[in-house]
Design a protein around this ligand. Structure first.
Ligand SMILES: NC(=O)c1ccc[n+]([C@@H]2O[C@H](COP(=O)([O-])OP(=O)(O)OC[C@H]3O[C@@H](n4cnc5c(N)ncnc54)[C@H](OP(=O)(O)O)[C@@H]3O)[C@@H](O)[C@H]2O)c1
Length: 264
């Protein structure tokens, strides 16, 4: 059986391999990386095979997933070309900001997919956004969707939206908001553990209720914030202090960073 082959055995590869195994997906996974200790850890954790070299990894690949950092993609693909092995027709890049046209230029013989998974795929709850090059067939699209649907929801988007969604859908927003709210509650008088419990409920209960109730955000805000009450005062002060501006600037910085990767 041919395998799903990851080039790069770092954080996101580890999360995806663990999520696929948690989903009881028993596909053959081969990982190639220049750090043997990372590969041994992945083998222990997720029953993956370690590629002995790049050539054998490509020989065994039904699908290639490029999971190196954006600045390393060009070199990684040069190594694929130099291996003189024919890569599988379906290949995917997880590299933030690296456009399909660069991928085509660096390795033109394959059908390219850009995917942006989340590390939350490890627990099968991570959103993955995907964008397909024109050459990708319907059957290949299904293959890609099926892979990521094992580890969370999949959103197909136009490539021009990829950098924005990359900056917008990272779970780091959740961790950042959680840390910031918990710290403020702690500074205001709660002990650390209670502050974290309170902040986690504030964020996750709101989202859970929004998802499950089918109500609009306006209706939920109306229900939670009595005019003249505590929630209303808290939100008004946060808005006045530039909450929306801070989020907008944060997002814009992430998008700029992703766009810089297109110039690598
Ligand atoms: N982390 C996330 O949450 C996340 C989510 C979605 C997408 N992504 C994307 O996924 C990609 C990987 O991110 P990551 O966080 O998993 O990175 P990472 O932890 O740094 O893993 C990349 C691995 O690939 C290795 N590598 C790089 N070039 C190589 C080469 N030519 N030959 C062999 N091994 C090579 C790296 O080794 P060295 O350290 O020696 O370079 C490293 O072990 C990035 O492009 C990122 O934009 C990440």
């Amino acid at each position: 059986m041919k395998a799903t082959v990851f080039l790069g055995g770092g954080r996101i590869t580890g999360a995806l391999a663990a999520g696929l195994r948690l989903a009881e997906d028993d596909r053959r996974i081969i990982i190639y990386d220049r750090h043997p200790e990372k590969l041994r850890a992945l083998r222990r954790e997720s029953r993956v095979e370690i590629a002995q070299d790049l050539k054998s990894a490509i020989q065994n690949a039904a699908m290639l997933i490029v999971a190196v950092r954006p600045a390393s993609v060009k070199q990684m693909l040069a190594e694929v070309r130099a291996s003189a092995e024919r890569p599988p027709r379906l290949s995917m890049s997880l590299a933030a900001g690296v456009p399909l046209k660069s991928l085509r230029a660096w390795l033109g013989t394959v059908h390219w997919v850009r995917a942006m998974p989340s590390p939350v795929c490890r627990v099968r709850r991570g959103l993955t956004s995907v964008s397909f090059d024109r050459t990708v067939t319907k059957a290949e699209r299904i293959q890609v969707r099926q892979l990521f649907e094992h580890v969370g929801p999949v959103l197909e988007i136009a490539e021009r939206q990829m950098d924005v969604i990359t900056a917008a859908h990272s779970p780091s927003h959740g961790y950042h908001a959680l840390a910031t709210l918990a710290k403020a509650a702690e500074n205001a008088g709660l002990d650390r553990k209670t502050a974290l419990i309170a902040a986690a409920h504030a964020l996750s209960d709101g989202i859970l209720y929004w998802r499950e109730s089918g109500l609009g955000l306006d209706e939920l805000l109306h229900e939670a914030a009595t005019p003249g009450g505590i929630a209303a005062a808290t939100m008004a002060a946060a808005d006045k202090s530039g909450y929306a501006r801070a989020v907008k600037r944060g997002l814009a910085a992430g998008i700029r960073r992703a766009r810089l990767n297109a110039k690598l």
